[in-house]
Structures are given as C-alpha cells and as structure tokens.
Design a protein around this ligand. Sequence first.
Ligand code: HEC
Length: 121
Amino acid sequence: MKITQFIFTIMATFLILSCTNASESDLIEQVDPEIIITYTEQIKPIFDSNCVACHSNPAINGAGVPLTTFGEVKSSIENTDLIDRINRQSGEGGFMPLGGSRIPQASIDLIMQWESEGFAE
Ligand code: HEC
C-alpha cells in the first residue's frame, strides 16, 4: 500500500511539473520581444492623430515639414530635431505637438524604437 502511494506521488509530481512547464512557455510566447515596429502599423497612426492637422502636405499653420508619408516622417526624424521636440514638456519652446498636450510616453518610445531599428516601412 505504501509503495503504491509513493509511486502515485512521484507520478503526480511529474504531472504537475510538466503542466508548469507548459504554461511557462505559453507565457513567453505571449510577450514577444521580437516585434518589429513598422511605419504602417504603429507609427503612422501616431502622426496622423497628433501632427498632420498642421504637418499636412503642404504643411499649414506655419509648420515647416509635411509628416504624412513614410518618407516624410523618416526624413524629418533624420534631418530635424523631431525626437527632441516630442520629448520636451508641454509649454517648452519648440514643443510638439504645438499647443497640444504631450503624446503618450508609450508612443514616444515606439517612435524612438522604430528609429533605432532602422525605420521599417
Ligand atoms: C497646431 C499645429 C501643429 C501641430 C499639431 C504640430 N506641429 Fe510641428 N510645427 C508647427 C509649427 C508652426 C512649426 C514651425 C515653428 C517651429 O519650428 O517651432 C512646427 C515645426 C515642427 C518641426 C521642425 C521642423 C523643421 O523644419 O525644423 C518638427 C520636427 C515638428 N514640428 C514636429 C511635429 C510633430 C512630431 C508633431 C506631432 C506630434 C507636430 N509637429 C504637431 C505646428 C504644429
């Protein structure tokens, strides 16, 4: 009787361990660090809702550069202080979006990650 109980305990332990392992790998799959930021999927919506009211093509309200396409946004990040301006505090000189509130930190982080990944379209 005792040996049967012992064997049962061992088997139960293995069963629990294998279940634990399965759910662990499920979790890892959900949090995928390999996601590549693309202009079309993550970046364009941020510029469309925060910037193109003035940075249309042609730009209006005195905004110098259009920010409506992949090429325009990429070139502006490379050639202007765009990243610096969206990181300033609302009310600071040169802050963008002009007269608006700071875009969410998560969106700023996405834009900077997109830049560091080399601007995937
Ligand atoms: C209400 C209108 C308005 C909105 C909205 C706006 N801008 Fe601007 N932007 C301007 C104006 C006006 C200028 C020119 C004056 C200046 O340089 O500060 C400008 C200038 C800029 C410049 C400098 C361009 C150059 O040639 O050096 C960048 C970069 C910029 N904006 C980025 C953005 C980004 C990014 C957003 C969205 C997060 C945004 N702007 C939203 C009005 C706006």
